[in-house]
Design a protein around this ligand. Structure first.
Ligand code: IFM
Length: 470
C-alpha cells in the first residue's frame, strides 16, 4: 500500500486512547456482498424490494454491490494493511437458510467460515451481526416480523451460526438498529418490506426485541464465552427553544426512538408515558417477554450519526450555522459525547462499543486517483474526540467501528451516498484508500491523534486530556 499522505495540522494536543481500545470498521451483508443469488442463497426482502420499480434511487440494487463475496480476501488484506483490529460484518440469513428455516445451505456457512478464518489469520477480531435487515423473503411471505414465530426462527438461525462459527467468533450483535427496521420498514415504508402502519411497526419492534432475547440465549447455549450485544441507532434530541412545548417534543421523540428500546433492554419495561399515549397501538406482550428481552448483555452497540432538533411543529431540518453531510444530517459531535455521558448516568449499562459512526460526503477524485476527503476525516476526528471525552468522564467505551470500511449500497438511496474510508469504483470495483482511511490507520498506530488548538476542541477537552500535551 502506498505510504500515507496524511498531513497533520500544527499540533498542540495529542488525544490518546487506552492501549486496549478496539479500533474497527463495519459493513453489512446486503450493502457489500453482491452474489445475491449465488451458491444456494435464498432471496431476501431487500432483493425483492430493490428489484421492485420505484423503490431505490437510480434503480440501484445490491445484486453486485462491492462484490465482497468474491473479493473478501482483498478487503481483509486492505484492513490488515490499515492496521484495523476488528471487523464488524453481518451474516445474510438467506445465505444460511434460503427459506428462512429448515434446510441449511452449507455453501453459505462455508463462506462465513472462510471469512472468519481469513480475518483471524490477519489478526482482525470478527464482530458478527446476525440481522442487518435482509430477512429471507420466504419468511416475509409468512408475515415477516409481524409474525411472532419469526423470532423463534431467528433463534434457530442464531443457534446454527453459533454452532459453526462460535469456536472462532466471540463477539456477536443480534440485531442492527431495530428502530430503523420497525420505522422505515413498517411505518414510513421507505425500506423493505415497504409497509406503512404505525400499529404494525410497534408490534414489529416488540418481536425484534423478543428475537434479540431469544438469540442471545441461543448464542450463549453452545459457547458460554460468547459476548453478546445489540446495536441501537441513537439520535439525541435537542429542543429548538426553551419553550415547554419544544422541550416536551424533544423528550417524546427521544422516548419513541431511543427509550422505547433502552427501557425494555435495561429496565424490563416500555416507557410508561409514551405507552399510554400510543393507546390501542401498543404491542401485544406475552408474560415472559420482558425478562427474555432484558437479560444481561455483554456490551451495548451504539450507532451514532447526528442529533434531531425538535420543535412542537416537528423536527427542524436546518440549523443556522451548522454543517450537514450528504445525507442532510447535521454534524453534531458535541451531542454525541453528551449523549454517551448522559445515558451512562441514566442506565446501568454494560461496556459500550460504538458500532457505527461515519459520514457521507461527495468524494473528489484527484488527478492521480487520490481522494482528499478532508470533511470525512474531520467528522471522524471530532467524533473520536468526543468518545475520548466520554471515556475521561468515566463512560466505559471499549471500541469504535467506523462506518464504513467501503463505499456501499446505502439502502433506498443507492450508491450515491458514499460512507467509505475506502472508495469503491462501482464500474470497475477497484478499491482506493481515501485520505480518511490513511488518517484512521495512523490513529490506530499512534493510539490517538494530534488535533488543532481550536477553541471548540479546547472546551471539549477535559483537564486530564489537557495534560496529554506533547
Ligand atoms: O448504511 C447504514 C447502515 O446500514 C445502518 N446504519 C446507518 C448507516 C448509514 O445510513
Amino acid at each position: 500500500m502506498a505510504d500515507s499522505n496524511v498531513s497533520f495540522p500544527t499540533a498542540e494536543y495529542c488525544v490518546t486512547f487506552p492501549r486496549n481500545f478496539l479500533w474497527g470498521a463495519a459493513t453489512a451483508a446486503y450493502q457489500i456482498e453482491g452474489a445475491w443469488n449465488e451458491d444456494g442463497k435464498g432471496e431476501s426482502i431487500w432483493d425483492r424490494f430493490s428489484h421492485t420499480e420505484g423503490t431505490i434511487a437510480n434503480a440501484d440494487t445490491g445484486d453486485t454491490a462491492c462484490d465482497h463475496y468474491h473479493r473478501f480476501d482483498e478487503d481483509i488484506e486492505l484492513m490488515r494493511e490499515l492496521g484495523i483490529k476488528a471487523y464488524r460484518f453481518s451474516i445474510s440469513w438467506p445465505r444460511i437458510f434460503p427459506d428462512g428455516k429448515g434446510l441449511v445451505n452449507l455453501a453459505g456457512l462455508d463462506f462465513y467460515s472462510r471469512l472468519v478464518d481469513k480475518l483471524l489469520s490477519a489478526g482482525i477480531q470478527p464482530f458478527a451481526t446476525l440481522y442487518h435487515w435482509d430477512l429471507p423473503q420466504k419468511l416475509q411471505e409468512l408475515g415477516g416480523w409481524t409474525n411472532r414465530e419469526v423470532s423463534s426462527h431467528f433463534a434457530d438461525y442464531a443457534a446454527v451460526i453459533s454452532k459453526h462459527l462460535g469456536d472462532r467468533v466471540t463477539n456477536w450483535i443480534t440485531i442492527n438498529e431495530p428502530w430503523v427496521v420497525a420505522n422505515l420498514g413498517f411505518k414510513t415504508g421507505e425500506h423493505a418490506p415497504g409497509i406503512k402502519d404505525e400499529k404494525v411497526s410497534l408490534q414489529v419492534a416488540h418481536h425484534l426485541l423478543v428475537a434479540h432475547g431469544k438469540a442471545t440465549q441461543a448464542l450463549r447455549a453452545d459457547h458460554a464465552h460468547s459476548r453478546v450485544g445489540i446495536a441501537l441507532d441513537m439520535r439525541p434530541t435537542t429542543p429548538a427553544s426553551d419553550k415547554p412545548e419544544d422541550i416536551q417534543a424533544a423528550w417524546k421523540t427521544w422516548t419513541r426512538e431511543a427509550r422505547w428500546y433502552m427501557d425494555p433492554l435495561f429496565r424490563a419495561y416500555y416507557p410508561p408515558d409514551i405507552w399510554t399515549e400510543y393507546g390501542s397501538k401498543v404491542p401485544h406482550v406475552k408474560p415472559r417477554d420482558m425478562s427474555v428481552i432484558s437479560q444481561n448483555l455483554d456490551f451495548l452497540g451504539i450507532n451514532y450519526y447526528t442529533r434531531t432538533v425538535c420543535s412542537e411543529k416537528g423536527p427542524v431540518t436546518k440549523v443556522e450555522g451548522s454543517t450537514y453531510t450528504e445525507m442532510g444530517w447535521e454534524v453534531t459531535p458535541d451531542a454525541f459525547g453528551k449523549m454517551l455521558i448522559e445515558i451512562s448516568k441514566e442506565y446501568n449499562l454494560p461496556p459500550i462499543f460504538i458500532t457505527e459512526n461515519g459520514a457521507a460526503f461527495k468524494d473528489i477524485v484527484g488527478p492521480n486517483g487520490e481522494i482528499e476527503d478532508q470533511e470525512r476525516l474531520v467528522y471522524l476526528r471530532d467524533h473520536l474526540l468526543q468518545v475520548r471525552v466520554a471515556i475521561e468522564d468515566g463512560v466505559d467505551v471499549q471500541g469504535y467501528f467506523v462506518w464504513s470500511l467501503l463505499d456501499n449500497f446505502e439502502w433506498a438511496l443507492g450508491y450515491d451516498k458514499r460512507f467509505g474510508i475506502i472508495r469503491v469504483d462501482f464500474d470497475t470495483l477497484k478499491r482506493t484508500v481515501k485520505k480518511s482511511g490513511h488518517w484512521y490507520s495512523s490513529v490506530i498506530k499512534n493510539f490517538g491523534f494530534a488535533t488543532e488548538k481550536s477553541e471548540h476542541e479546547l472546551i471539549a477537552l477535559t483537564a486530564a486530556q489537557r495534560n496529554d500535551r506533547r
